[in-house]
Design a protein. Structure first.
Lengths: 338, 338
DNA sequence: ATAAGTAAGTTAAACGTTTAACTGATATTT
DNA sequence: AAATATCAGTTAAACGTTTAACTTACTTAT
């Protein structure tokens, strides 16, 4: 059943080295011999053993995909999509993707990811925020690292990022165009590079439009950008400032929370208050009204990260590049004229 | 940096065979030697090379996870969750999971999944409905197969299934307990084993409660269990029978559609009509009112499938078992008393 | 005619494990 | 006291590739 290189060699009447060289299209092998070998391969339905190859090449043919438990388990399939993207791209690059999650509470005693310990990967794509301690440890072993949707503090690795600043601007400009002036911003975990940048985009656009940036329009206290936090932030904001006519939430989860609060408080969306989110998660379409948001091409992010990884692997020491993946405004029904 | 068994042997002052045997806790090695070896292992931070192991054991340590493109890409992260479950369980079983999708239009000319071609997996978990032709081809190569959430036509493989009949009963009994008598059923693609069984559960519970099963309370025509179909089915049902006080939809997507129709027609949920779904997808919580449903433990389904696979792999030819994973009623706000 | 070069293979070592078969002590049985 | 069993380890082959170094037969240049 399972044929080896030996069987092919026998059938083709050549040595196993010739078969190997023929497979790799080595110039030392004549076209005719290559044909003979190819014929034998087809007849025997042979395909090389990965294990044997890996053993001698000291490569594994696998790329690790690392993220935190809560990112993978969270309701919105954000990182799942990114993972999917790496998987799609890996296919063309002849790689497999191995997934591993780590706790957010990673500490000194915790083990390294399984695929690192048993040397099952040639490189690691790290998605989203992961504990810096883990990054430290990982940077000590000699594996190529590529970050997607996160900027580690010691920034010497290739980065694949959402163009958050531009996205923040897009969202804000959309509201400005609709005639809004009192535009609130809801953030959570403002130290997170993505959220920080979206906030930058917000401020940039306001400045550009000549609108002064007002403190009581901005909520940055929430520690985490989740639904409930969006709800709480919206309440605080509205309590302090009745003039708000539009809210830009730093992500859809918070936008959804904010919408819940607004509905609970009897505000009509978008007649009384417009809401825009960021990410474009599936749930947005189910909302009433469906949420206007900034679409992040999640699958594309993952694919890009894998492309960078393959480059790094083939090209040994390529300069650590930084790729910004563009976003786009998706206008639905949650935003209207002021 | 990367230490091999040779280094460990040298450091411990024994042969490499001894190291290997010690690692596998072989009885021929004395406790004292084992300690020595362990010490050397720790000091060198050694861990065995998977490639080398795989080569000699002729195992890969990988399990394939196969499903169709559209199942993986569809909005509700149903199969994604199942995948996650296999991944979690794989961890304890020392396996890695390799994912591969196939088109629903798989035909004779299409290649087998990549991980089959290059012999990168020891077994395959197949999730959801996949083309029978592919199953045929796969059954010819000698890899263990485990199906999750699908029953292939030639049923000789281990199966991990949702307990759909019981779920159907749970849903129906919940409505009966609330005092409902005119309980409608909305199905789509009634030939699908899962939907068929949910319908069985419905009928069983009605019989048990002494309620006659009425044709104009049942909609089975819809070809596909999607939102729009739920909308259409609900309309037809209500048009034909104004006495309906409760609807059991065969899945959440159809339930969501039905709710939309009811709202559009001015019915209050649950005051006028109760609605219950099946699956418990994330969207349910966002609805107004949030949907009462039957929770399907998706992660658990995947974990169970992996457990079965590991059993099969360790135990060579275990009888093809069939595991029914239990479901539970999640009561939210879309069902009330008649 | 001889040396040098090239073309097309082949040989054999290496990759890092596992494991069957062997060895050489001790301990036990007869 | 000799034969046998047990214990604790070692030796060496095998797994299926890749690849540097070697071979052999032609070409071509001098």
């Amino acid at each position: 059943m399972k044929s080896t290189i030996k069987d092919v060699a026998q059938k083709a009447g050549v040595s196993i080295a010739t078969v190997s060289l023929a497979i790799h299209d080595h110039k030392r092998i004549s076209p005719e011999t290559k044909r003979k070998v190819q014929k034998a391969i087809n007849e025997l339905n042979y395909s090389p053993s990965k294990s044997a190859r890996n053993l001698v090449s000291k490569k594994t043919g696998n790329i690790g995909f690392l993220l935190t438990d809560d990112h993978f388990l969270r309701t919105e399939p954000f990182y799942t999509r990114i993972f999917l993207g790496t998987e799609f791209e890996a296919r063309t690059g002849e790689y497999y993707v191995l997934l591993n999650t780590v706790g957010t509470d990673y500490d000194e005693c915790d083990k390294l990811p399984r695929f690192v310990l048993d040397k099952s990967v040639d490189g690691i794509i790290i998605a989203g925020k992961v504990p810096e301690l883990l990054i430290d440890k990982l940077s000590r072993i000699n594996l190529p690292l590529v970050f997607v949707d996160y900027i580690p503090s010691k920034n010497k690795y290739p980065l694949v990022l959402i163009d958050n600043i531009h996205g923040g601007s897009l969202a804000t400009e959309h509201l400005i165009e609709k005639g809004h002036k009192n535009i609130a911003f809801i953030g959570g975990d403002i130290n997170h590079p993505s959220i920080h940048d979206r906030f930058q985009g917000y401020k940039l656009s306001l400045e550009k439009a000549g609108i002064t940036i007002t403190d009581n329009l901005i909520s940055l206290e929430e520690p985490y950008p989740a639904r409930q936090n969006g709800y709480d932030a919206a309440r605080r904001l509205i309590d302090n400032n009745k003039d708000i006519t539009a809210i830009f939430a730093c992500n859809d989860a918070m936008a959804i929370g904010a919408m819940h609060f607004l509905k609970d408080s009897g505000y009509k969306i978008p007649q009384d208050i417009s809401v825009i989110g960021f990410d474009d998660v599936e749930a947005d379409l189910l909302l009433d009204p469906p949420l206007t948001t900034i679409r992040v091409p999640k699958v594309e992010l993952g694919a890009e990260a894998m492309r960078v990884m393959v480059d790094v692997l083939n090209n040994d020491n390529i300069a650590a590049k930084k790729i910004l993946v563009p976003v786009e405004l998706i206008e639905r029904k949650s935003t209207g004229t002021a």
